[in-house]
Design a protein around this ligand. Structure first.
Ligand code: ADP
Ligand code: MG
Ligand code: MG
Length: 872
């Protein structure tokens, strides 16, 4: 195997092997852009190392060979005392994991080479500063030393020199600091700081491999559903220096605004600085545009390069660059992360600019982004006044208690906002748990901003009016003191910060779907409208909604639903109708039972009439009652207490006694596997008939009504036949035409779908129950009990109740589709479980050849988009 690729040999299509950073560095080098020479050690090598605990055979030689080439290109040699080559050793996995793994700069500096670097740069101070950064980074990342020990020594040195700023330390002070750092290194590791450059390089490479399994990297991957098996590549790149004075510097830039998607380059620049300084938010950066005044030639070249990159990648790119004494170097690029809103706006703009077509544009957005756009925003009509403003780094409204400690945030069981000066990768658990993130330092490219955007979490950065005091666990702003636990509201869309709880209102996207905001009003909504229209044109799957009330049905229609895929009739038995259901359950004679049913009939009929009116012309699937009847009775404990109290007082518990007896009588050990669904219909005479009659009579009243009657929990064709025969008699009697079909939610039904199809006009997969029964997981109990452990163990990457289990439950679906259609080619097939609104699952349903998905009204636009994306 080949373990090392020169930049000239690589390219972005080799990302699996070279990682995103390595692939794109190679791509840029091959486009003729100014990239420092370097090479990439493959993810293969990393995987072999992680598997066996050591570098694979031959890797050391290959590195030596490529190092030879690198030295030739750079014109200097590693470890050469007169003119040493320095390199960075940089992690870079297939999927970007910002700041999660390690990078070590200035590798190659030793006591023997530091003088040579000083001479070449004609800058003594710079050389010692670079050396002390190496020891610090190396100690921390390669040898796992605590960062504080170095920071404390640095602080002491500054105090001794009477300066508050790193730049106030002169060469002599830094030289002293290097000695101090080396002593600290030895004290902690029991070894001298390595004085052999190649030894430094090898240890750094190993540390990058190891950083793949760092706790925060593992956590990030779980959050982002990145497989643990990929491993990282390692890039070895000749160093260039942004810390060589005022004509040097380093920066980060985007070819478009990653927050809004607006056109125009966007970035942060820091003069006289190295690498991490920009992202770490240590010093406040200046906007990229100021570089134009400082160094017009470099600025113009940078803009040209950004245009080249956009043309090449046909998308928003983000870049990292460094200017060394007026010479521009590109250190990284990739197709940049962006907010959900920016994704839509950019896709629309790229179509306008003729760079991509509408099909391609559909691949640039996704359903979870659209879902994010539908989150509510703050309602400011009641005059909430901001106390501070920062950078709107990741949009959305968040309300929660201020918390200053990431661990505390991670453990909170009420909504919290994580408040920090700035965040670092160790804060990740708290960032995941928090509703929103607020920092007083850093810009759109700071760690907090990048991570929050990746998670779709509201974030305000660099709100410098707030003064965070971590020790007192409070911040002060505008004369107010906000202590830990006080509620604040942050708006990541505008960057504003409010005290207390600001009420929230529907987002522009929802107002657009509701028809109260026209697409012309807003570039974002225009893009959403355009992409959804195209998705509708492309998709093969129809999209229906799960709705039980006329109100939900009306909303579903406004959101683009093409019918109702699931009306749960049991929802119509709640509230004051409960007493009627009680009477049905307690009936001792057929007369009593029929009387109860007769009272329920007109109520159900009215419900259906409302639904049919809203959905006139569109199909409405009514599911006959599904849950066990005792769910409609009061809880056993309540009844027992009431009866006991009454008896204590010497009173007759009467009705409560009857109910209690009924609850005892109907008790089941496994109610979800008990008397429910079709079983109820076959056991309780007249119940299903009443419902079918209500549907039929309602349909007869509403012109254009298209009723579909759906039988739940069928496992054998005989069950369905029994219900269907009676239903068909009723329909004929009333003179209404309706399709009769069944849910497929018991595994046996999927496996005998060929037989069941002969008695069914349609199938609808009830994927919640199918998952529950397919895996044998009680869906009401698993989440807390053991799913966390299962996710940790990687038994599945995401809960099968959230996203369809393709291999198991999905196989049942494929079998049922194939055998059902073989028996009955015109069989209409859909899905009505929660999975109908899940992006990944929708793709599966498209591939499996279903005719429609049905989901909650709010998910309908998401499903339309994803169904369209599945078809291009
Ligand atoms: P991350 O993946 O966390 O962004 P990088 O590998 O990109 O880590 O390194 C972080 C920073 O270090 C870069 O943004 C860049 O500024 C600096 N850096 C990396 N390699 C070099 C180099 N060869 N010369 C100068 N600076 C470098
Ligand atoms: Mg980087
Ligand atoms: Mg079910």
């Amino acid at each position: 195997t080949k373990y090392v690729y020169d930049f000239a040999e690589g390219g972005r299509d080799l990302k699996d092997l070279l990682g995103g950073k390595g692939g794109n560095l190679a791509e840029m080098a091959n486009l003729g852009l100014p990239v420092p020479p370097g090479f990439t050690i493959t993810t293969d090598a990393c995987r072999a190392y992680l598997r066996t605990g050591r570098e694979p055979f031959g890797l050391a030689d290959e590195i030596a060979l490529h190092l030879e080439g690198l030295q030739r290109q750079a014109g200097r040699r590693l470890g050469d005392p007169a003119d040493p080559l320095l390199v960075s050793v940089r992690s870079g996995a297939k999927f970007s994991m910002p700041g999660m793994m390690e990078t070590i700069l200035n590798v190659g500096l030793t006591d023997a080479t530091v003088g040579g670097l000083a001479a070449r740069a004609r800058d003594e101070r710079f050389a010692w500063d670079s050396y002390r950064r190496l020891i610090q980074m190396f100690g921390k990342t390669v040898r796992g030393m605590p960062g504080e020990v170095f920071e404390d020594a640095l602080r002491e040195a500054k105090t001794r020199a009477g300066t508050a700023d790193d730049t106030g330390l002169d060469a002599a002070a830094l030289r002293g600091l290097v000695q101090r750092y080396k002593d600290i290194f030895t004290a902690h590791t029991g070894e001298e700081f390595p004085q052999d450059a190649r030894e430094q390089l090898d240890q750094a490479v190993r540390a990058v491999f190891d950083s793949w399994n760092a706790e925060r990297a593992v956590l990030y991957r779980r959050q982002e559903h990145i497989p643990d098996s990929l491993g990282t590549a390692v890039n070895v790149v000749a160093m260039v220096f942004g810390n060589l004075g005022a004509d040097s510097g380093t920066g980060v830039a985007f070819t478009r605004d990653p927050a809004t998607g607006e056109r125009g380059v966007y970035g942060d620049y820091l003069a006289n600085a190295q690498g991490e300084d920009v992202v770490a938010g240590i010093r406040n950066t200046t906007p990229l545009q100021e570089l134009e005044q400082r160094d017009k030639a470099s600025y113009d070249e940078l803009l040209n390069i950004m245009a080249t990159l956009e043309e090449h990648y046909k998308d928003l790119c983000d870049i990292e660059f460094t200017i060394e004494r007026g010479k521009l170097w590109m250190l990284q690029t990739r197709v940049g992360k962006r907010t959900a809103a920016a994704a839509f706006v950019i896709a629309g703009h790229l179509v306008d600019e003729g760079i991509i077509d509408l099909d391609e544009a559909l691949t640039r957005v996704n359903g979870s982004q659209l879902a994010q756009l539908m989150f509510p925003a703050f309602d400011l009509s009641r005059g909430a006044r901001p106390v501070a403003a920062g950078v709107p780094a990741s949009p959305g409204a968040a309300v929660g208690a201020a918390v200053f400690d990431a661990h505390l945030a991670a453990e909170a069981d009420t909504p919290v906002i994580l408040v920090r000066r700035e965040t670092n990768p160790d804060d990740l658990p708290g960032m995941i748990a928090a509703r929103g993130i607020l920092t007083s330092h850093g810009g759109k490219t700071s760690h907090a901003a990048v991570v929050a955007r990746g998670m779709g979490k509201p974030c305000v950065c660099g709100a410098d009016a707030i003064d965070v005091d971590l020790h007192k666990r409070q911040f002060t702003v505008d004369g107010h003191v906000v202590s830990e636990g006080d509620v604040i509201s942050i708006d990541g869309t505008t960057g504003r910060v409010y005290l207390g709880q600001v009420p929230v209102q529907p987002s522009p996207a929802v107002r657009y779907f509701e028809g109260t905001l026209s697409p012309e009003a807003d570039p974002l909504i225009r893009a959403v409208d355009r992409l959804l229209t195209h998705a509708d044109k492309r998709r093969r799957l129809a999209v229906r909604a799960n709705a039980d009330t006329a109100e939900d049905a009306a909303r579903a229609r406004r959101f683009g639903a093409q019918g109702i895929g699931l009306c749960r009739t049991e929802h119509m038995f709640l509230g004051d109708r409960r007493t009627l259901v009680e009477r049905l359950i307690l009936a001792r004679t057929p007369e009593q039972r029929d009387a109860a049913l007769a009272e329920l009939l007109p109520l159900q009929r009215d419900d259906f009439t409302g639904l049919f009116r809203e959905m006139a012309g569109l199909p409405v699937t009514v599911r006959l009652i599904d849950p066990p009847l005792h769910e409609f009775l009061p809880p056993l404990e309540d009844l027992a207490v009431r009866v006991a109290r009454a008896e204590e007082r010497g009173e007759d518990p009467g009705h409560d006694r009857e109910l209690l007896d009924a609850v005892h009588r109907m008790h089941e050990e496994n109610p979800m596997l008990g008397l429910r669904g079709v079983r109820l219909g076959l056991v309780i005479p007249g119940l299903f008939a009443m419902q079918v009659r209500a549907v039929a009579e309602a349909a007869a009243q509403v012109p254009g009504a298209r009723a579909e009657i759906m039988v739940p929990l069928v496992g054998a064709v005989q069950e369905l036949e029994a219900v269907r025969d009676e239903a068909q008699r009723l329909l004929r009697e009333i003179g209404v035409d309706a399709r009769i079909g069944t849910m497929i939610e018991v595994p046996r039904a999927a496996l005998t779908a060929g037989e069941i199809a002969r008695a069914a006009d349609f199938f609808s997969f009830g994927t919640n129950d199918l998952t529950q029964m397919g895996w044998g997981f009680s869906r009401d109990d698993v989440e807390g009990a053991f799913f966390t452990r299962y996710l940790e163990l990687g038994i599945f990457g995401v809960s099968p109740f959230e996203s369809i289990d393709r291999d198991g439950v999905g196989r049942l679906i494929r079998i049922a589709v194939a055998e059902g259609r073989a028996a009955r080619p015109d069989l209409h097939i859909g899905v009505c479980g929660e999975h109908g609104g899940d992006p990944a699952s929708i793709r599966f349903f498209h591939d499996a050849g279903l005719d429609y998905v049905s989901c909650s009204p709010f998910r309908v636009p998401v499903a339309r988009l994803e169904a369209g994306r599945s078809a291009v």
